[in-house]
Design a protein around this ligand. Structure first.
Ligand SMILES: NC(=O)c1ccc[n+]([C@@H]2O[C@H](COP(=O)([O-])OP(=O)(O)OC[C@H]3O[C@@H](n4cnc5c(N)ncnc54)[C@H](OP(=O)(O)O)[C@@H]3O)[C@@H](O)[C@H]2O)c1
Length: 161
């Protein structure tokens, strides 16, 4: 199964200046719990915005740069090559960013979608999801609190067969 995991603002913004915009510890906990132990496939820019591999996960970085090195990571040169590396896994995670999500959305089976109920200024977007193609499998709503400034919802969408 190919799964996308992403946090998206109401206006589809996912990032600005090669960084995340909001800080929602509850959503980060969900990201960590969902992806730990799995392959996490990411674009070179997303990797560099984190600066290091995510612990307890197999980090796969996609770049066109044949000389690119990232300690503790697998470096590949296409999305397909990344998927081939992880082909024996039961579930693999596409963790961004915008460029990689755009390529992965047509072939994804599942989206772990965090909807942040706020409009943000940004420069990187998640592609439009055609809800005729997806079934909402679950949804949990979270109210803001002192550590999580914005309301958000965590949805699981499965591709209609
Ligand atoms: N809100 C969220 O859930 C979330 C999650 C992740 C990231 N983000 C945000 O998204 C932004 C980064 O996204 P982005 O779209 O700018 O970059 P990105 O998707 O992370 O990385 C793009 C890079 O990936 C490589 N690449 C893409 N397609 C390729 C292909 N087919 N073959 C080989 N290499 C390929 C290229 O690297 P080279 O240039 O090295 O060739 C390209 O420049 C940041 O702001 C980040 O914070 C948000």
């Amino acid at each position: 199964m190919i799964s996308i995991i992403v946090a998206v603002a109401e206006n589809n913004v996912i990032g600005k200046d090669n960084n995340l915009i909001w800080h929602l510890p509850k959503d980060l906990k969900h990201f960590k719990e969902t992806t730990t132990g799995h392959y996490v496939i990411q674009g070179r820019k997303t990797f560099e915005s984190c600066g290091k591999p995510l612990p307890n996960r197999t980090n796969v970085i996609i770049t066109r740069d044949k000389n690119y090195k990232a300690e503790g990571c697998i470096v590949v040169h296409s999305l397909q090559e990344a998927l081939d590396f992880a082909k024996n896994e039961s579930e693999i995670f596409i963790i961004g960013g915008g460029n990689i999500y755009k390529q992965a959305l047509p072939i994804a089976d599942r989206i772990y979608l965090t909807k942040v109920h706020h409009v943000f200024d940004g420069d990187t977007f998640f592609p439009e999801i055609n809800m005729n193609e997806w079934i909402e499998k679950s949804r949990h709503d979270f109210e803001p609190d002192e550590k999580n400034k914005y309301p958000f919802s965590i949805l699981i969408l499965d591709k209609m067969k």
